[in-house]
Design a protein around this ligand. Sequence first.
Ligand code: GLY
Length: 422
Amino acid sequence: MNVLVVGQGGREHALCWKLSKSPLLKRLFCAPGNPGTAQIAQNVDIAAEDVAGLLRFAIAEKIDLTVVGPEAPLCAGIVDEFAKAKKLCFGPNKAAAEIEGSKAFARELCRKHRIPGPGFWVYEEMALARSFLDNRPDGPLVVKASGLAAGKGVTVCKNNEEAKVALAECLEKRRFGEAGNKVVFEEFLEGHEVSLITLTDGRTIVPLEPARDHKAVFDGDKGPNTGGMGVITPVGILPRLATQIESQIVFPTVHAMNRENRRYQGFLYTGLMMTPQGPRVLEYNCRLGDPETQPLLMRLQSDLLPLLLAATEGKLETQEAPVWDKRVAVCVVICSGGYPGDYKKGVPIFGLDKVASGPDLQVFHAGTSQRAGGDLLTAGGRVLAVTAMGNDAATARARAYEACKQIEFTGMHYRTDIGQKA
Ligand code: GLY
């Protein structure tokens, strides 16, 4: 099969890495890709948001399956456009991708279909939103831009004063543009976070292994939220709780989307908070998580390609359940100085050649670029995702951090406590 992966981050490097091992694969392309994907696929200079360009390429190169990594093209309707041209494209269509594209829609969906989540309030007008804050008891609150904001639209506020600042960024200063036309206030939930990603064709539902992301930028879950600083998988969930998550949240969500006439096909990412009252939906994403994908795909022993093809064709029931390596995988994200705030690009990266990659250790490129002479440079906030396997969390952590120490660039930083609580 000829496969095109769309995207340019660590998630897409991991997708290419896994798909490149498939015996079904003939040619693998990545658009636009990064220096990591260039080692295993042919990078194509088409932006992930250029749906028309991607479709033209898929037709010209006889691509059998296009696999979309990021949310933006999914929310823009890439799957619908490919379907019109009778080209297979893995992921939810535009209507289904709204589960991530509109936080307000996702929350209303949960309320309507009784899927447990935090209390929430949606506002479009500044005066009404401010009045809500003036009249609620002071305390923590989560403020979200309803639309897509490249992972920057969520602010966890300690009190109403902070919530007012986050609100003004959204509705008044228009920091997120149209994505901030609506603001969603959510009750702050405490507990342990778990990411559960499910592969579904809208009928058959295949949960992947649970993972734990570490969103805050600094050790001890301090500092502002990021796209994700590191992940451990699996996370110990009691079988009873796993059943509860599936039966009360994941299955009802897929069914709810069917009832809303938005059949969901693709990866559905459910961000959960394990509270004393039970699991609650923190967020949905219409795609694989980044960096959850990196350690999950290292643990996945089954061939990914037939699973993606079957989900796209609505035949997931024909596939065996995926087989997982029982060992632990830990992914540590190395970031540019200043991230998640402003950061410099084009900083030379050293030491990658010293890292001995193999089945138990992979360094996935996220925000990197390559100079004509071959020098590797930083090109994003999250630069590299160092991912290691081990018989237990301590071994996987030690292996990942040993590799991190080999890598150097000015300003780099990473959390030193990924998976420590495990
Ligand atoms: N790691 C969180 C996300 O992919 O949204």
